[in-house]
Design a protein. Sequence first.
Length: 196
Amino acid sequence: MSRSPFGFNADDHERHHWWRSVLFKLLLCSASVALTWWAVGGALGVAVGLLLVMRFLGQALAPDLVALAGTAWRAMRSLAFRQVQGHFYQFKGHRIRVEDDELLRQRWIALDDLATALGSPMPAVALRRRWPDGVREQRDGVYVVDDVALAWLGEQRNDRAGRLHLWVERDVWYPARGRKASYQQKGTPPGVPPQG
């Protein structure tokens, strides 16, 4: 049986705190109805108690209801976009197809989409000659590995290629490899504590 890790878990605390808060508010409102019914008596006491409780309960539960609506909206969005999550990328209004590698922590980018976003052709033959393992055919076109795309874009001397290079590095290359791999390849930026 696995033991729970020591330390403070903020997610569990917030979840339990939210339920405790709602239950406490409902208990307080129920006590108010009972007290008003006991003090006034009869149906009039229940009606007055319910009117007071509805007003205070609406004010007390409003933040919780707004938080619940936000959570439900985020859950519906993630459910609706689950099929395209991680596969839809866009640079300056151009859709770029990106596929994750099955074995390695790298991504493959559609060469046609890169060329369209760049505004000039990217020669698949020259890329295949220089990087034979970095270009491959797939069912919907030629794909190039993100390292090769970065190397080729880094050699180009125009502003659009520089911006596309930065976009590929930030949105495609870096998320696939993570912070540690980025530090190993490019060096740790100044001011970052040492990794253990």
